[in-house]
Design a protein around this ligand. Structure first.
Ligand code: SF4
Length: 905
């Protein structure tokens, strides 16, 4: 620590601090227009000049000058004030004098400082620059005439978002910020994250929907982004009962950054399409009814089913979009009030194999490390995850880590954005990943790179695993994966030799008929190199939906109670029987994929779906439609009508994330509060109050009355959450396990030992098996499905955002030029894709980044539903997850043009 003085105040500050750091720490305000916390010192605007006694020039920029022992600083001496006035005068000379017409009014830093230093417009007599406005981006505009060239947008784009879109162009008075080649923003590589907009201190970059005048919102409410599992913290900016903007919260894992969905896709909240009244099917038509009639119809149908066919003829699909409290009550309703374990949710479709695989190998099926540790890695191995599109803030963090020196390995069937930055890129065939990981293990063992001490002290089962790995040399794996054996060796050496290496994966690993084996193979690899249970390492599944981790934690799974206690375990059953005052069923229920099959066979009489859309998201849409059509009474509870709601007998209008209180658990096990910000439309009710009412009417009233009460109840029953309280979560998110009060939460799992096998992790030998439905003569291409940046899941929310529809409103298929040429298919033409289940027409994008022989189709779009092609056969035997990543298809020219193919919402 160093002793310094600022404005006569004696301070003790850490060595390496700048004057600006020290002043801020002491609550002394120094103006700056260009400084960004956490980035390299810049010193561009010179507004933060301060007087430093004894320095050569007398004044120094506070943001770039490090403190030294005995330093004496004056932050507001007359000389400093004069200097700042000069700097502001120069900026102002170039700036338009129309503050009253500027939508940044009230939040403009330049205006604020000019007012503070008593400056008004400076006239220089120079002709003003007159750049045309750039309104080509659907979400924000760029007015270069207002730009003060502070460079915050450029450095945010380059060093935090790491998209490298914005740069400085021109010289002198034509100097400007611009995408490369002066392209309009909307035609550039810009991903519309708006992080540059948030960084702009003046009115040059502004959201297009920003209301006028600038200080338009009157309230801010802290919440959590409702889209992906990263769990970015946000502040909702509100005017009355309306959201007028979203800001990234600096205190979240996102450190203030957001992606396009988190920042701009909030218009669904007050959208006119929202469901506002319960709808009951009468004479074949859904008609509005009061809640009383809706509850009566629902519960009499449920009781009829249970009386006629037993409780296992009823089932429920809970929701990874809903809160922990709602998921907890949902599973409790089915188990304690209905008497069945037939409850599941969409984790079955994304990471059920992670839960099964990592629980078996490590004792816990969750991300072992934390998002902030990405910057600590020496090596990052990304496999089966298009991270910059599906988990954009984690993707940006990985790019930043690489910019700071981390080395990157990417294995994926497509040359995804991260592949451009990878030292080793392995473009493997879909369904071959087990062979790749086994061969990497083979190299590591053969070359003596394994961590023997770690293996001996912390694992079991190494010998059997090593024997299996020996049978998978790189040459064999290379022929299976369709890659170069040398690349496998390079990747293995890079990963094994790193002091700190993290594995990141997603559904490219899990959505296979061998999904659990893929997860186990990755886990084996991490254990082999001693990279589990240590900071800066780990095996990190990236969970898809905002609360999919929480829905699993809460027991919205057919074989698990809250906290992953097993329904088959008599002790767990007896504990929850006592807690819930009901005798509980002992047989595990049906997984969602099995449930669809059972419904198609007429075995399900009552199905209650909360916030899911299986008609579009489950594999083999025709089978799903047949199944939904056979159910006697189908209840769909959602915020919008969906493809699934078209089959419903009863539709219940629910509140969305901004209209209720609760908690979400993100992908790094971080439990975070969301807060009610606006009222739900019409008669829509939050899912929690609907479930509390159902429990009461079924004679199992819950003692809790609200989200805080339900959280207290679930925390007391879930060991990982036991130390959390509503009040603690009001201050900050907490990562589980948090076993007792006062526990700070856990950043790194397994540091002290593993949960099973006497504290040891388990190597599980796995052998590559071919995909269930490989390409063949009749269907010679491999279809692999996934997501894109601009849409979310089945588009119930993002489909209502006009800007997203403008950017990505139409379904597409991506194919390598060689593949397209082989089938006579032209770029941008409509093509027909057919599988054994059905066919779709979709617009073709010929792109070299896709592996030849592979077709990628995002599953978001109802007009070209990718899941009409996928199959529900060959489920992973452990996790029952479908093999979305490999279906055999063929391609042929489609109709000349299908103008109506856009899912315009
Ligand atoms: Fe929301 Fe995910 Fe984007 Fe963060 S990265 S803003 S959580 S969609």
């Amino acid at each position: 620590m160093l002793s310094i003085s600022i404005d006569g105040k004696r301070l003790s500050v850490p060595e390496g601090s700048t004057i600006l750091d020290a002043a801020r720490g002491a609550g002394i305000s120094i103006p700056t227009l260009c400084h960004i916390d956490g980035l390299e010192k810049y010193g561009g605007c010179r507004l933060c000049m301060v007087e430093v006694e004894g320095s050569r020039s007398g004044v120094q920029a506070a943001c770039t000058t490090p403190v030294f022992e005995g330093m004496v600083v004056h932050s507001s001496s007359p000389e400093v004030i004069d200097l700042r006035k000069s700097v502001l005068s120069m900026i102002l000379a170039e700036h338009p004098a129309d503050c009253f017409n500027c939508k940044k009014m009230g939040e403009c830093r330049l205006h604020e400082y000019c007012a503070e230093y008593g400056l008004v417009k400076i006239e220089t007599g120079l002709e003003k620059t007159n750049f045309p406005p750039d309104v080509s981006n659907p979400f924000f505009s760029l007015d270069r005439n207002k730009c003060i060239l502070c460079g915050k947008c450029v450095r945010t784009c380059e060093s935090l978002q790491c998209s490298d879109v914005l740069c400085f162009a021109g010289r002198g008075r034509s100097a400007r910020i611009s995408p490369a080649f002066d392209l309009p923003m909307g035609k550039s590589e810009c991903v519309s994250c708006g992080n540059c907009v948030a960084a702009c201190p003046v009115g040059a970059l502004l959201p297009r929907d920003r209301a006028f005048p600038g200080a338009q919102y009157v309230r801010k409410v802290k919440s959590v982004c409702p889209y992906c599992g990263v769990g970015c913290r946000i502040e909702l900016l509100l005017k009355g009962n309306r959201i007028v903007g979203v800001k990234g919260d600096q205190d979240g894992v996102n450190e203030g950054l957001l992606c396009v969905k988190g920042r701009f896709a909030y218009g669904f909240v007050g959208h006119p399409d929202r469901l506002t009244m319960p709808l009951l099917r009468k004479d074949g038509v859904l008609v509005e009814v009061e809640w009383e009639e809706a509850f009566e119809a629902m519960l009499s149908a449920l009781k009829r089913t249970v009386a006629g066919s037993g409780p296992d003829a009823a089932a429920g699909l809970s929701s990874a979009r809903c809160t922990n409290e709602e998921n907890y009550l949902f599973q409790k309703f089915f188990r304690a009030a209905v008497g069945t374990n037939n409850v599941d949710h969409c984790a079955r479709l994304c990471h059920a194999s992670t839960v099964a695989g990592l629980a078996r190998s490590l004792g816990s099926g969750a991300m072992t490390n934390s998002i902030p540790e990405i910057l600590d890695h020496d090596v990052i191995f990304v496999t089966g995850s298009n991270t910059t599109e599906t988990h954009p803030i984690i993707g940006a963090r990985i790019k930043r880590a690489v910019n700071l020196g981390a080395r990157l390995i990417v294995a994926d069937p497509r040359a995804i954005e991260l592949a451009d930055r990878a030292e080793v890129f392995i473009r493997l065939s879909p369904g071959s990943n087990v062979a790749l990981y086994s061969a990497m293990a083979n190299v590591i063992i053969a070359e003596g790179l394994a961590d023997g001490a770690y293996i001996a002290a912390r694992t079991e089962g190494f010998s059997a695993f090593a024997a299996q790995a020996a049978a998978c040399p790189p040459e064999l794996a290379a022929s299976i994966c369709g890659v170069d054996a040398e690349d496998i060796r390079k990747a293995a050496r890079l990963y094994a030799n790193a002091a700190k290496a993290g594995i990141y994966y997603a559904m490219g690993v899990t959505q296979h008929s061998t999904g659990t084996e893929g997860v186990l193979a990755l886990s084996n690899l991490a254990l082999l190199c001693g990279k589990v249970g240590k900071p800066g390492c780990g095996i990190n599944p990236l969970r898809g939906q905002n609360n999919v981790q929480g829905a699993c934690d809460m027991g919205a799974l057919p074989g698990d109670y809250p906290g992953y206690a097993k329904v088959a375990d008599p002790r767990a059953r007896s504990y929850f029987s006592e807690r819930w005052g009901a005798s509980l069923p002992e047989n595990p229920g049906l997984a969602s994929t099995e449930l669809i099959e059972a419904a198609a066979e007429g075995k399900i009489g009552f199905l209650y779906i909360m916030g899911e859309n299986p008609a579009l998201s489950e594999p083999d849409s025709k089978l799903v439609a047949r199944a939904l059509g056979k159910i006697d009474f189908l209840v769909v509870q959602d915020i919008f009508s969906t493809e699934t709601a078209e089959f419903a007998d009863l539709v219940l209008p629910a509140a969305c994330f901004a209209e209720k209180d609760g908690t979400f658990t993100n992908t790094d096990r971080r439990v975070q509060r969301l807060r009610k910000a606006v009222a739900a439309p019409g008669e829509a009710r939050d899912d929690l109050s609907i479930l509390l009412e159902l429990l009461r009417r079924m004679g199992k009233p819950d003692s809790a009355a609200d989200a805080a009460g339900v959280f207290a109840e679930l925390a007391s029953e879930t060991p990982q959450y036991r130390g959390m309280t509503w009040e603690r979560l009001d201050v900050t998110g907490i990562q589980w396990p948090c076993p007792e009060s006062g526990h700070p939460g856990t950043k790194v799992l397994h540091e002290k030992g593993f949960a099973g096998n006497g504290g040891k992790a388990l190597f599980v030998p796995v052998e590559w098996k071919p995909p269930f439905e490989p390409a063949d003569e009749e269907f010679p291409l491999v279809l692999t499905t996934g997501r894109n940046l601009y849409q979310y899941h089945t588009r119930t929310m993002t489909g209502r955002i006009e800007g997203l529809t403008r950017i990505s409103g139409e379904a597409y298929a991506e194919m390598h030029p060689q593949t397209a040429a082989a089938y006579g298919l032209a770029d941008n033409s409509m093509i027909r894709l057919s599988s054994r289940r059905g066919d779709i027409q979709v617009r073709l994008r010929v792109r070299a980044h896709v592996k030849p022989g592979v077709v990628f189709v995002p599953f978001h779009y109802s007009r070209s539903p990718a899941n009409r092609l996928t199959h529900a056969l060959g489920l992973d035997p452990y996790a029952k997850i479908p093999a979305f990543k490999v279906s055999a298809v063929r391609a042929s020219p489609g109709e000349a043009d299908r103008g109506a193919s856009s899912d315009a919402g």
